[in-house]
Design a protein around this ligand. Structure first.
Ligand code: SAJ
Length: 430
């Protein structure tokens, strides 16, 4: 069976020799920029992180920034103590500028480059001869060569000769960012070959993975292909689960057995695809050419329809068994991550609240102490004792550890197939 490559969470931080006093300015201290800034500071660069959030800037400067990313808060504190990591609302002159700002979708599913353009204009007065500008944000093809060069490079400087511009997509898995920034292979897409060579040597000074050079448009498309590949393959698994509903078979058994073929590796079905990357990035490829991206569009539709599929199963069980209490397990977009943006499980809870006449209890031990405010969360013990129908929405470790006995007599809907139960209803309601 082909096993997916697991993130190596034990990778140590780099001990490569970094040229001293090299100044790096990271624009955007989100889930990519902040770990990147902290890792660079740890590697020996003088790092200035830029963000529009005054509070975040203050927290980074005081060394007290919190983070959902394991190990990051400690690294920020270390960077701040050493003086190598500072934050500000305004850029300063730097040898290397790294842009890590969001590229969300507009309402028509076209990419919005508003933040990239703004970041470019913000750094432009600070870009000098020999500066390097790297775009890491997921971007549609042509963004680096058209927008970054136009908006960030002063008119009197020539790209490839005076200033070096490249696209280097981030590839880190949330929850494993510190290890993956260092350990993953990196793609460097230069606007010119000279740009690629310059940026390759920058990444090689702190990255343990291979650094592969190409042109900027190829690198932009490569990033979009990576996340679209995952979306299409999850859609395939979800389609198998839907088909199994119709045929009355167990999709997890089918997938488990199919994956014993040496060249088959079906991913896992679930309540849909969440987060802020995989449900978004395929649309960038669709936007590039909607006529030839039919498979990608279909995969998006299949994955977006999963919350409704789960709700319809729950509704049917509630109806058939006159159940009055439904327990929903998990609101974050994936296991053991405190991030609920774009969470399909959350969508299921919202739909249940609107469509099903029953009391809905929701539990999520990973976010209960964080900033989740949409509805009250209940302790797992209460949800387990009071619910007649249980729905597993996020496969947190705490839920996978629920003993089989605690599920006895419950009606279980388990779209991820991760609860320990031989309960026949659960096995039939993926
Ligand atoms: N999911 C399934 N079935 C699976 C795998 C995932 O339903 O078999 C669901 C998850 O539950 C979750 C969603 O898909 O809701 C996305 O989770 P994920 O782990 O596939 O991906 P992300 O969004 O956390 O991170 C992805 C990664 N991309 C790839 O694996 C190709 C990461 O490396 C990227 O850096 C990140 O997107 C990004 O920022 O682009």
């Amino acid at each position: 069976m082909n096993q997916p490559k697991q993130p190596n969470s034990t990778l140590t931080l780099p001990h490569k020799v970094v040229p001293q006093n090299r100044r790096v300015c990271v624009v955007g201290l989100g889930y990519v920029g902040l770990p990147m800034a902290a890792v660079l500071a740890r590697a020996g660069f003088d790092v200035l992180g830029i963000d529009v959030r005054t509070e975040l800037v203050a927290r980074v400067n005081s060394g007290k920034a919190e983070s959902l990313e394991p190990g990051l808060a400690e690294l920020i504190a270390q960077g701040s103590r050493s003086g190598r990591l500072r934050a500000s609302l305004q850029p300063e002159h730097a040898d290397v500028f790294i842009i890590c700002v969001p590229t969300p979708l507009q309402s028509n599913n076209a990419p919005s480059l508003e933040y990239v353009e703004k970041a470019c204009r913000t750094i432009r007065p600070f870009v000098r001869r020999h500066s390097t500008i790297i775009l890491e944000s997921t971007s549609p093809p042509g963004t680096t060569s058209d927008i970054v060069t136009k908006c960030a490079v002063p008119e009197d400087l020539e790209v490839g000769k005076d200033v070096f511009v490249a696209y280097c997509p981030e590839r880190v898995l949330p929850g494993h960012a510190l290890a993956e920034i260092v350990g993953n292979d990196r793609i460097v897409g230069g606007v010119t070959t000279g740009c690629a060579l310059r940026v390759k040597s920058f990444f090689e000074s702190f990255v343990e993975g291979a650094v592969l050079m190409t042109d900027s448009i190829t690198a932009e498309i490569t990033k979009l292909v990576e996340n679209s590949f995952r979306d299409v393959n999850i859609a395939f698994a979800n389609e198998i689960a839907t088909l199994s509903d119709r045929l009355g078979t167990d999709p997890f058994e089918v997938i488990r057995l199919a994956n014993r073929h040496p060249r088959v590796n079906v991913l896992s079905p679930g309540p849909g695809v969440g987060g802020h990357c995989i449900p978004v990035d395929p649309w960038f490829l669709v936007h590039a050419d909607s006529g030839v991206t039919r498979l990608i569009q279909t995969a998006r539709r299949v994955n977006d329809s999963q919350p409704a599929r789960v709700v319809s199963k729950v509704r049917q069980l509630v109806h058939e068994h006159s159940a009055t209490t439904i327990g929903c397990l998990g609101v974050t977009y994936k296991a053991d991550i405190g991030d609920f943006r774009g969470s399909p499980g959350l969508e299921v809870v919202r739909l249940l609240c609107n469509q099903v006449d029953a009391e809905i209890l929701v539990c999520d031990p990973v976010v209960e102490n964080n900033d989740f405010r949409e509805f009250p969360l209940s302790p797992l013990s209460e949800v387990l004792s009071r619910s007649e129908v249980l729905v597993l929405l996020t496969d947190h470790s705490a839920f996978q550890a629920i003993p089989m006995g605690a599920l006895a007599g419950k009606l279980v809907v388990d779209p991820r197939g991760k609860l320990q139960s031989a309960n026949s209803i659960q096995r039939r309601t993926a």
